[in-house]
Design a protein around this ligand. Structure first.
Ligand code: E4P
Length: 224
C-alpha cells in the first residue's frame, strides 16, 4: 500500500503577525525560527527570547522549532532542556555539528523532540536520522544559491530514508519560492517551512483572476 504523506506546512519566521496570518488561513502546521529570524524581529535577551517562543506556541497548535545558541554538548543539553520545558510543542533545533549529533541522541533518549538544522548533504542527513532526530532541515534555497540543486538533495534524502526505514521527517527549509513547495510535495518531503510570501504565492494564477473578473462581470450584467 502506498504511504500517505500529507506534507505539513510550517512558516519560517518569528514575526507574530505573519504567523497569525498564516494560521488564520487554516493551513498551518507549525513554525520554525532561527537566531537570525529572532534578531530580525528585534527579540533580544534571554527572557524576551523565551517569552517569544511561548507567544508563538500560543498562536499555533503545532510544532515550534527553537534553536540552541550553544555549540558544545553540555551547553546544548542545558539550553535544549530549558527550551523543551517552555511548552509541549517546542522542538529543540540543533546544528549539524559533532556535539549537535551527540545532543540529538541525548534528547531522543530523553523523549525531547529535535530538528537537526543546517543540513546540506545526504551524508549529514543519514547521521541526523541515525541520532534519532525528529526532523532534519536541508536548506534548499542556500544550496541553489551555491549553484547546486537543493531539490535534488530532497529527492536523494527521500530515497535514502525510505530505503533505510528512517523515521526522521524531512523538513525542507530555506524555501524561497512557491515552486520549491510544489517540487517538495512531488518528491514527498514530510514538511516544508517557508516564508509567508511563498505560501501566498501558491494562490496565484492569472487565469484565476481573469476568470473571476469575467464571472463577476457576467453576474452584474445579468442581474443589473
Ligand atoms: C529553517 O529552519 C531555516 O532556518 C531557514 O529556512 C533558513 O532559510 P534562509 O536560507 O532563507 O535563511
Amino acid at each position: 500500500m502506498q504511504k500517505v504523506n500529507h506534507m505539513k506546512f510550517f512558516i519560517d519566521t518569528a514575526n507574530l503577525d505573519q504567523i497569525r496570518e498564516a494560521n488564520d488561513l487554516g493551513v498551518l502546521d507549525g513554525v520554525t525560527t532561527n537566531p537570525s529570524l529572532m534578531a530580525k524581529e528585534g527579540i533580544t535577551g534571554k527572557n524576551n527570547i523565551l517569552k517569544h517562543y511561548v507567544d508563538i506556541c500560543n498562536i499555533v497548535d503545532g510544532d515550534v522549532s527553537a534553536e540552541v545558541i550553544a555549540t558544545t554538548f553540555d551547553e546544548m543539553i542545558r539550553e535544549g532542556e530549558e527550551l523543551a520545558e517552555l511548552h509541549k510543542n517546542i522542538v529543540v533545533k540543533v546544528p549539524m555539528i559533532k556535539d549537535g549529533i551527540k545532543a540529538i541522541r541525548y534528547f531522543t533518549n530523553k523523549g525531547i523532540r529535535t530538528n537537526c538544522t543546517l543540513v546540506f548533504s545526504s551524508g549529514q542527513a543519514i547521521l541526523a536520522a541515525k541520532a534519532g532526530a525528529t526532523y532534519v532541515s536541508p536548506f534548499i534555497g542556500r544550496i541553489d544559491d551555491s549553484n547546486w540543486d537543493g531539490i535534488d538533495l530532497i529527492d536523494q534524502m527521500r530515497t535514502i530514508y525510505d530505503n533505510c526505514g528512517f523515521e526522521t521527517q524531512i523538513l525542507a527549509a530555506s524555501v524561497r519560492t512557491p515552486l520549491h513547495i510544489v517540487k517538495c510535495a512531488e518528491i514527498g518531503a514530510d514538511v516544508v517551512t517557508c516564508p509567508l510570501s511563498s505560501i501566498m504565492g501558491l494562490l496565484k494564477h492569472p487565469l484565476t483572476d481573469i476568470g473571476l473578473a469575467q464571472f463577476l462581470a457576467d453576474y452584474k450584467k445579468a442581474n443589473g
